[in-house]
Design a protein around this ligand. Structure first.
Ligand code: URP
Ligand code: ZN
Ligand code: ZN
Ligand code: ZN
Length: 491
């Protein structure tokens, strides 16, 4: 038996084909004699290659059978918030590029990632997008699209470049309310929101207040409080709440839906819930670090620089905040659970650079997580009874597809969808360890976390690309996804 988790629950699952006999060799069936999914194999005609042909109770004559006994058959994960090969303005280099980052993704059960194409200030966006394509081309192990980070909302960017790029499948933007190299002021945020309303892009907002962080940082530095732990103190939840509220106000003023990303705790979550209760189209995303880590992790062994391994923004909070995040996940405040994968090496070329030792403000922000995202949510969520497995599928796959214009191609197991599938062992006990990881980063922030539930096979467009941690796929298996307009964006 295998189970296929669809929106309505789980059903017994089989794989079968309607293809002609000469195509049969091109089929990948799952599950013998019982039931399963029939998908076209990579050698199938391009127009139907890699898609699900049928979900049936019985299949016969399959070219290949995959025994999914005791496993759950779920849509491949979609991680709509990852950073790959993104420049850091003189800071250390991100440790994952498209090759290593997507290799980690498939090992963790994820078959689609949405990284960012970031506009350096002053640069045009189209050229930047082309550069990211060159970075990704032929390297990716899984499918990918790009969000556009807008740092320079000039009239030509807002008036010409963005509308054209949205038409070309880059249907979401990200704006920052902090970071020297990316921050937009209120006027600029309003301009971007208005532009998004016109071209029907979905705007992701990094909600942390620039001035308050800078003020707090300088105060801490004057007091000699420069260890990584103080990164969290410099940007408390108040700072995130204020920015979330300001973004929501701007969204209301311009009448445009927004998605507030990487929400860390109760304060920002309650702002989103408040907006949702007023009928506003304000959506929310949270991440593994806000259910699995706390600010104490940034203390390191003894307020030493090893705490830099956990520095990300917004920072991990406390156990009460974790509970608030679970409330947001179960109550539907959050639509997506993403990794915010943003990896730096835990060495002098990353988290422990000479500069980073002088102040937390130079510790590169971000942690790896694309490979562990699904296991962390299953382990802490489903296995511990906090959420059900249908919520898991929605939070890790289906909602991402719907939110970012990939549905009905990605995010479900049904005829016509891409055959992106993860076979999940809900009984498997694992302890997350760096030795199990497939990316280029040299540590995992979840080292030692014992979980129940683990991906045992990842199938991308009908092709098994990872089995029991062994990579079977190849760079270039993944393709660029030209995304449609989000049904959650402006009408
Ligand atoms: O610390 C983080 N999250 N770095 C990644 C950039 C971002 O703001 O998402
Ligand atoms: Zn961000
Ligand atoms: Zn703890
Ligand atoms: Zn991010």
């Amino acid at each position: 038996y295998a189970y296929c988790m669809l929106a309505a629950g789980h059903i017994d699952l089989v794989i079968e084909t309607e293809l002609k006999p000469h195509d049969v060799a091109a089929l990948i069936p799952i599950i013998a004699g019982a039931g399963g999914i029939v998908t076209t194999w990579e050698g199938a005609p391009a127009e139907r290659g890699g898609r699900i042909v049928a979900v049936a109770e019985r299949i016969e004559g399959a070219a290949r059978e995959i025994d999914a006994s005791g496993l759950l058959v779920m849509p491949g994960g979609i991680d709509s918030h990852v950073h790959l090969a993104q420049p850091t303005f003189g800071g250390p280099k991100m440790s994952d590029d498209f090759l290593t980052g997507t290799r980690a993704a498939i090992a963790g059960g994820t078959t689609t990632v949405l990284p960012f194409a970031m506009q350096p200030r002053g640069a045009g966006l189209r050229a930047v997008v082309q550069e990211y394509h060159q970075e990704a081309d032929g390297k990716a192990y899984c499918d990918y699209g790009f969000h556009l980070i807008i740092t320079n909302p000039s009239p030509s960017v807002l008036g010409q470049e963005l509308p054209a790029l949205v038409g070309d499948g880059y249907t979401s933007f990200k704006v920052f309310m902090t970071y020297d190299d990316m921050v937009l002021n209120d006027r600029e945020l309003l301009e971007v929101f208005e532009c998004a309303r016109g071209c029907r892009a979905l705007v992701m907002v990094h909600a942390e207040g620039y001035d308050a962080i800078k003020f707090m940082t300088e105060r801490l530095e004057r007091a000699g409080k420069t260890a990584p732990y103080y990164h969290g103190v410099s940007r408390p939840e108040i700072v995130e709440r204020e920015a979330a509220h300001r973004a929501i106000s701007h969204a209301e003023l311009t009448d445009v839906p927004i998605m507030i990303v990487h929400v860390s705790g109760r304060e920002a979550m309650e702002q989103i819930r408040w907006a949702q209760n007023r009928g506003m189209k304000v959506y929310g995303e949270t991440c593994p670090q806000y259910i699995a880590l706390t600010a104490d992790d940034m203390k390191g062994l003894n307020m030493d620089e090893s705490g830099g391994k956990y520095v990300c923004s917004p920072p991990p909070r406390d156990h009460a905040s974790q509970e608030a995040i679970w409330q947001g996940l179960t109550a539907g405040v959050f639509q997506t659970f993403s990794s915010d994968h943003c990896p730096f090496m835990d060495g002098v070329d990353g988290k422990r650079s000479p500069k980073a030792k002088t102040s937390f403000k130079w510790v590169p922000n971000g942690i790896p997580g694309v490979e562990t995202r699904m296991a962390v949510l299953w382990g802490l969520g489903v296995a511990q009874g906090r959420i059900g497995m249908n919520e898991f599928v929605a939070l890790t796959s289906t909602n991402h597809a719907k939110m970012y214009g990939l549905y009905p191609k990605k995010g479900s197991i049904a005829p016509g969808f891409d055959a992106d599938i993860v076979l999940w062992d809900p009984a498997r006990k694992e302890t997350i360890r760096q030795a199990l990881m497939h990316g280029a980063c040299d540590y995992t922030p979840y080292e030692g976390l014992a979980v129940t539930g683990w991906p045992v096979m990842t199938i991308l467009k009908g092709k098994p690309v990872c089995e029991e941690g062994r990579i079977l796929g190849a760079p270039g298996d993944g393709a660029f996804l030209k995304r449609g307009i989000s049904p959650y964006a402006s009408k």
